[in-house]
Design a protein around this ligand. Structure first.
Ligand code: FAD
Length: 487
């Protein structure tokens, strides 16, 4: 039996483990932390449970696929429900929007609250679907760096339609030409942040993202986001994968251009193939230090995605006007992104994302209370004075939420933890604390992302958010699929 070693138990590492085990490999996963999941982790805090990282679950079919592949019924392991209201939006001018999953209700809500005609939104969503139909075969489901990908009929057809994906203008420009109302433009610009990018720089191709949310839907895992990790680890163990925790890998062992295994705590572990789920930057900079000539410096130097600053607050009150996902928009979106991308700091009026899993999973908070996951987009870690930035941002966020909710939020916070770019970097070895690998601000970003197989080392593969096809749970799961097909 051939052996596969996987470095890292992030969601892509676990999914790759399941796929390779299903192919007949003996799979062993080495994880530096004492727990699986990487960014998809959870923790307890004074009677509250928090999902540490991702909170929006889209494309659940990619998780189900892993169970079916192993001949199991996903519903015996993992359940989720579709959200009727994807997200609540609050604007500084007092407008409140509910983004209904149902297209008719959604377009009607936008028309009623902003005056933007329903037909403009319908046209925009149809364009979003077209971009998805063209790009999904080429950019998401296949290795971009293999000739065979381009010899397939469906890929060729997509390549001919590439001019339609609107890559020559920015997302903001496209949205500003689709809509009259500033609030609707801001609503659709926000989707650039789903992969840590800037709508004022990223190509309008990213207008594909609303299609994922509005067509495929937004979902809530019944056991919270962490149940994705838990159920996949259970599945992996059942198909024979062995997990080693507290086991950081120090080196990929390469002999004559072939990956022969890994090295941990001074011991060699032999393997026929090695898959790194570690951020690609650190895979080269920490695990392949003896092979500097092979480092693809241009690829590694790609701009990183934005990072996040999160306050996990135990709140001793319930807010009926809030839902699972809530957004409190900045009054000046352009200024906010200029601060993140050009000035590399935090605007005084940031857009605040508030996730409350206890809305749908009441045991995540004590009775009468709510678990608030309060997040803003911030630049990647370039050595800024984070203590100063965090303390200022904390006051600004509390003031904004207090103003828009008509309640003194500070007096309701009974427990707090903070995650910032430095801790994201140290906990999951993500370079600069970026949450989605490289940014998509560049129109060629998809082609410049690192491939899923090494061109220098035979038997060395890469999965996860920092390589093709990119960050976010669904794309990480697709990277696992591509790796298992390449193997
Ligand atoms: P990671 O989760 O980065 O895990 C990599 C693992 O490798 C870690 O466990 C690490 O400890 C381990 N490792 C690293 N180096 C070594 C080594 N040398 N030896 C052994 N182990 C090692 N996505 C969504 O889809 N929806 C969202 O709403 C969303 N929100 C997010 C919010 C936040 C705050 C963050 C941080 C991320 C969010 N994401 C979201 C992105 C999503 O979490 C990631 O894209 C995805 O979880 C990344 O998975 P991964 O497999 O690439 O690896």
């Amino acid at each position: 039996q051939q052996k596969a070693v996987i470095i890292g138990a992030g969601v892509a590492g676990i999914a790759t483990a399941v796929r390779l085990a299903a192919k007949g490999y003996a799979v062993e996963v080495f994880e530096a932390n004492s727990y699986p999941g990487g960014k998809l982790a959870q923790f307890e805090q004074s009677g509250y449970r928090f999902d540490a990282g991702p909170s929006l679950f889209t494309m659940p079919q990619y998780v189900d696929e892993l169970f079916r592949l192993a001949g199991k019924d996903p519903r015996q392991y993992f359940n989720y429900r579709k959200l009727d209201v994807v997200c609540n939006y609050f604007y500084e001018d007092g407008t409140q929007l509910q983004a209904w999953a149902d297209t008719e209700k959604f377009t009607q809500e936008i028309a009623n609250k902003t005056g933007e005609p329903a037909r403009a939104v319908i046209k925009h969503l149809a364009n979003s679907r077209d971009i998805y139909d063209i790009t999904n075969h080429v950019f998401l489901e296949r290795p971009l760096h293999r000739l065979q990908t381009y010899l397939r009929w469906d890929t060729l057809r997509s390549v001919f339609r590439l001019p339609q994906i609107d890559s020559m203008r920015t997302m903001h420009k496209a949205n500003a030409s689709s809509f009259q109302d500033e609030r609707v433009i801001q609503f659709f610009d926000r989707y650039a942040t789903y992969n840590g990018s800037d709508p004022y720089q990223a190509p309008a191709t990213l207008n594909v993202i609303p299609h994922l949310e509005h067509h495929f839907g937004a979902w809530f895992p019944q056991g919270g986001m962490y149940s994705i990790t838990q159920s996949l680890v259970k599945l992996a163990e059942e198909v024979g994968v062995k997990f080693n925790y507290n086991s950081p890998i120090d080196e990929v062992v390469v002999i004559n251009g072939i990956a022969k295994g890994v090295r941990a705590k001074g011991t060699n572990i032999e393997s026929d193939i090695v898959i790194s789920n570690m951020d690609i930057w650190f895979t080269y900079k920490k695990l392949l230090t003896k092979h500097l000539a092979w480092h693809p410096q241009k690829t590694l130097n790609q701009e990183r995605s934005s990072s996040a600053l999160i306050f996990y607050w135990g709140i001793k009150k319930q807010f009926p006007q809030l839902d699972l996902h809530n957004i409190f928009f900045s009054a000046d979106y352009k200024a906010e992104f200029d601060h993140i991308w050009q000035r590399q700091n935090i605007y005084y009026d940031p857009t605040v994302y508030l996730n409350i899993s206890s809305k749908l999973k009441p045991d995540d908070a004590p009775t009468g209370c709510e678990n608030w996951f309060v997040m803003i987009n911030v630049p990647a870690n370039n050595g800024q004075d984070w203590e100063q930035l965090i303390s200022t941002a904390r006051n600004n966020i509390i003031n904004k939420l207090s103003r828009l909710l008509g309640e003194d939020i500070n007096s309701l916070i009974e427990s707090e933890s903070i995650l910032d770019p430095r801790s994201i970097e140290s906990r999951t070895s993500s370079y600069k604390g970026s949450i989605y690998g490289t940014s998509s601000n560049n129109r060629f970003a998809a082609f410049l992302r690192h491939s899923n197989a090494s061109s220098k080392v035979k038997g060395l593969y890469f999965c996860g958010g920092s390589v093709h096809p990119g960050g976010g749970i669904p794309l990480c799961l697709l990277s696992a699929k591509i790796v298992s097909e390449l193997v």
